[in-house]
Write a protein that binds this ligand. Structure first.
Ligand code: SF4
Ligand code: SF4
Length: 157
């Protein structure tokens, strides 16, 4: 479980530095920015409107930035994958790994497998092809409706 700190403790957060991956990968409703389109406010230092950027930008933090997983080298712009989490009332915590450079999830598989020994991880590949959920086998039954609705397969760890 090296480089994975998925506890309720809040480790010292990192800084985004030169990464602006989420400013392209995710939509920003307040700016009418669509997923996959680079925000018009991205600049060399990060965000050109940092002091006034929308609330959804202020509150967003990927799991690399919050320092919950990965090494410094796994920063999303370098790794090609953004890790995040969602909390579902029935399923509990589901992590997701959103790939935005083809082949990047494959390179991070050792880290993802170590996370999936104890957690559910939704792997969202580029172009949304062959998405899969990885996790402990004892969660598969509980997940069945979710998997069916999303039309994804389950891989046990
Ligand atoms: S993907 Fe993470 S590290 Fe990169 S800019 Fe967004 S919050 Fe910062
Ligand atoms: S407003 Fe700034 S933080 Fe928000 S998506 Fe655009 S560049 Fe990123």
């Amino acid at each position: 479980m090296d480089h994975v700190k998925l506890t309720s403790d809040k480790p010292n957060p990192r800084v985004c530095g030169g990464c602006t991956a989420c400013c392209t990968v995710y939509p920003v409703a307040a700016l009418n920015k669509k997923a996959g389109v680079t925000c018009q406010h991205v600049c060399e230092t990060g965000c050109a409107i940092y002091s006034t950027h929308p609330q959804e930008c202020k509150t967003y933090e990927c799991l690399w930035r919050s320092n919950h997983l990965g090494t410094d080298e796994d920063r999303p712009d370098k790794s090609g994958v953004i890790f995040g989490s969602n909390f579902d009332q029935e399923l509990g915590l589901i992590l997701y790994a959103q790939e935005f450079r083809e082949g990047s999830i494959k390179k991070l598989m050792p880290l993802i497998q170590s996370i999936a020994r104890c957690n559910l991880v939704y792997l969202a590949y580029c172009h949304n092809k062959n998405n899969v959920v990885m996790g402990p086998m004892n969660r598969a039954t509980q997940l069945s409706e979710f998997l069916e609705a999303k039309n994804v397969a389950f891989q046990s760890q």
